[in-house]
Design a protein around this ligand. Structure first.
Ligand SMILES: *Cc1c(COP(=O)(O)O)cnc(C)c1O
Length: 384
């Protein structure tokens, strides 16, 4: 039997103003890929800064798929991919018929280890994909240098990284494309939705065309309504106007929601770091600003083998939690069966999957809840 925890891991936060913005679209004539999508893309680009071009998508997975489809990878090609990520990062490569070649992570940040990336480059490597784990920026200087030396594409999975910057540059603008998610518990929500970002105007224009069947002009550009041509292969990965209206309205609270996450994370980090055998996964690069999707407490020493007991005790205490991510991607059944898995592979990613706890810091919570979570967590590990 499950009951809702009194401190939920995630809860979408929707204001009256945001509800009204969605309702207003329903009263009008345009329900999909119209002015709300265009305004959301412009506003998102302005927020990112740095010459960003943005293309709204039906999800982050769709954005990743369109990115690799546009870059043109296929059978025989390899893309180096983090073992510690959401399956979408790898699936986008697999869907193109290319092979994800997994790299282990840095245990301090959970991010892809550039040394391992370098070691995996072969004649068949066409690209590198990465995730800014929990919104902690990857070492993009090292990754872009490897990509530059070997002529590789770079696609950034920014699903958890809205608001994250390195050297003042927003993530999603270092590689050829960045892909954001607006799934309900992420930093901003459109229920389902995503955004492809790039500093390259041509990639943005072609990704926009491929997201909409490859048709050569938008409704606005058609001299005679209904007349268009199709100049390339494409798919339908568009966002609806209701979703874009919600995202656009949420942007007004972006900084406020990010500040709440940062403050919650700070309070909870301080309390958990003081506990023996608990290490908070956190940014280590100077000049990086993470976006604090959640707080991951890595259990070490005597606590590491007791992770599941701790999760069950947290549930009894009414504290919402999750595990990011429950398996290294190559250990998921689909990948295991296709490419094989031996225990002991990707030990640093496996340590996160098997011995960490993800705790909430979202804007639905405040300092009181952070102190409650810290208190409950402290009692649980003391009594184990
Ligand atoms: C949530 C998530 C996704 C998937 O996002 P959707 O918008 O649901 O497709 C992809 N990558 C990462 C890292 C995620 O956390």
């Amino acid at each position: 039997m499950t009951r809702s925890p009194s401190i939920p891991f995630g809860r979408p936060s929707i204001t009256d103003r945001e509800r009204e913005a969605v309702a207003a679209v329903l009263d009008g004539p345009i329900l999909t890929h119209g002015p709300q999508c265009a305004a959301f893309e412009r506003t998102f680009a302005a927020y990112l800064g740095g010459g960003a071009h943005c293309v709204s998508m039906s999800s982050c997975m769709a954005a990743l798929h369109v990115a690799w489809f546009h870059l043109g990878i296929g059978p025989g090609d390899e893309v180096i991919c983090p073992a510690m990520t959401h399956v979408a990062t790898a699936h986008a490569i697999e869907l193109m018929g290319a092979r994800p070649v997994f790299a282990d992570c840095d245990p301090a940040t959970g991010n892809i280890d550039p040394d391992h990336v370098e070691a995996l480059v072969t004649d068949r490597t066409r690209g590198i994909t990465l995730v800014h784990y929990l919104g902690i920026p990857c070492d993009m200087d090292a990754i872009m240098s490897i990509a530059g030396r070997h002529g590789l594409y770079v696609v950034e999975d920014c699903a958890l990284a809205f608001g994250a910057r390195l050297h003042g540059i927003h993530v999603g603008l270092f590689g050829d494309a960045g892909c954001f998610s607006f799934y309900p518990v992420k930093h901003l929500t459109t229920a389902e939705g995503g955004m492809l970002t790039t500093a390259n105007e041509q990639i943005a224009a072609l990704a926009a065309q491929k997201r909409a069947f490859g048709v050569d002009r938008t409704h606005d550009e058609r001299a005679i309504p209904g007349m268009y041509d199709v100049t390339m292969l494409g798919m339908n990965a568009r966002m609806s106007e209701m979703q874009a209206a919600l995202g656009l309205a949420q942007m007004e609270r972006a900084d406020q929601m990010l500040a709440r996450r940062a403050e919650n994370h700070r309070i909870l980090s301080e309390a958990l770091d003081a506990l023996e055998d608990v290490r908070v996964i956190a940014a280590t690069l100077p000049d990086s600003r993470p976006s604090h999707y959640c707080l991951v407490a890595q259990l070490e020493g005597r606590l590491a083998p007791r992770r599941d007991d701790i999760l069950l005790a947290l549930r009894r205490a009414g504290v919402g939690f999750s595990v990011y991510y429950p398996h290294p991607v190559p250990r998921l059944a689909y990948y295991r069966e296709k490419y094989g898995w031996t225990d002991g592979q990707y030990p640093r990613a496996a340590a996160i999957s098997d011995a960490s706890v993800a705790l909430p810091v979202g804007p639905h919570l405040g300092p009181d809840e952070m102190h409650s979570i810290a208190g409950a967590f402290g009692n649980i590990v003391k009594e184990l």
